[in-house]
Design a protein around this ligand. Sequence first.
Ligand SMILES: *Cc1c(COP(=O)(O)O)cnc(C)c1O
Length: 497
Amino acid sequence: MELLYKSTRGGESGVSASRAILEGLAKDGGLFVPERIPALDVTMDELAGMTYQETAYQVMKLFLTDFTEEELKKCIADAYDEKFDTEVIAPLAKVEDAYYLELFHGATIAFKDMALSILPHLMTTAAKKNQIKNEIVILTATSGDTGKAALAGFADVPGTRIIVFYPKNGVSPIQEKQMVTQKGDNTLVVGIHGNFDDAQSGVKKIFGDRELAEELNQAGFQFSSANSINIGRLVPQVVYYVYAYAKLLESEELEAGEGMNVVVPTGNFGNILAAYYAKLMGVPIAKLICASNENKVLYDFFQTGEYDKNRPFILTTSPSMDILISSNLERLIYRIAGDDASEDVKLMTSLNQEGKYQITEAMKEQLKDFRGYYATEKECADRIAEVYGDTGYVLDPHTAVASCAYEKYRAETGDQTKTVIASTASPYKFTRSVMEAIDAERYGQMSDFELVDCLEEISKVPVPAAIEEIRTAPVRHRTVCEASEMKQTVKEFLGIK
Ligand SMILES: *Cc1c(COP(=O)(O)O)cnc(C)c1O
């Protein structure tokens, strides 16, 4: 049965999956949601015997119904291949009494790879299906992680180009090195003089520039976005929650039908929303535990029913969760409002104008499977040291925030349900924070690459290729511009006068 998409703000409906992927954001500013959440049509027992790729097909075919079996299987095969350093793609590590679902075995060693390695293939397939002859130009502003994962995903994918803008002095040395060494003739990485907001506003302006869009069209190009609100990023993320349950069943850690809790370190609310979708599809997920760092806007929301972004922005050691507007939360709001677009618009307008909104009691009632917890910087660092000291397993700061949330939840409720913790980054991506958490005095003075070697020594986990490569990789991107020159830079790269 065909599954169509509609906007949370009511302005678009009857949109095919492929068009929703191409458009990214709906024209009315809303997010595309499926008209219903499909139920899995294979049993958990059957799923237990499947590979990651087979599981991906079983989940994605239900959401992306206008893709043929052949198309979808090809996208999956091209995405989840040797770019991942393990055949199982998303391994589970049992540490103490929790299962860490390691989502960082892809090209850029963070969980963004799970979706961004398949998005380019979904997008080019979608372009073909919709008779789009233009080359797709992905435009992204990044504060670090997303840019590199998008570059790695789109590099050398025929029919696409990708341009990434980052704040020249606003990313970590390792993050910058990862980006400026990016291979692929279709890639362009540009540092701008300004902060992330300048880069972001510049990109938004270019997206909204009608005249430029027409010039691009004449030259055979059109823009698209790899932003986390694209359903082409959300759907692939549902897969690993189905997979995690099935694998725990296969290894007899779980009995058929037994509940499983999930803990997800959250910023934009994308990853935990994917877990919620997996639950709605029929995976026996019990509680969804939303873990925040000191930017605990979501924790407060689950406590009080009020979402309030009016607060200081705190820079933490888990930067990918330093977010005050969790864009994907809108999909949950729409659902608990009973798919009522006018209610959604009311709340989102309030968020836009006053920076906050309050949900009704009836909406709150539907959030009873969610729990919010947060970790302070000190709790997070202590947890890294503690888990390492007790088990030898090294957590990255984002995963450590989730691990703290798990501990707090268990202490508070005594709930013994088996729990999967989404492990969203390799500790190698945040080596300094991790090593300083373990021993500040010993590691505080070392250089980033010295710390990499020390981490290998203490964790016994070999340095991932993603880090090894950038030690010696030549710099390929040297473009730097003012924020006001972004449009010109784009045109030059595309050869438009
Ligand atoms: C992006 C990111 C997150 C947050 O994911 P959301 O989908 O925005 O909630 C958590 N950890 C890491 C390492 C990330 O890169």
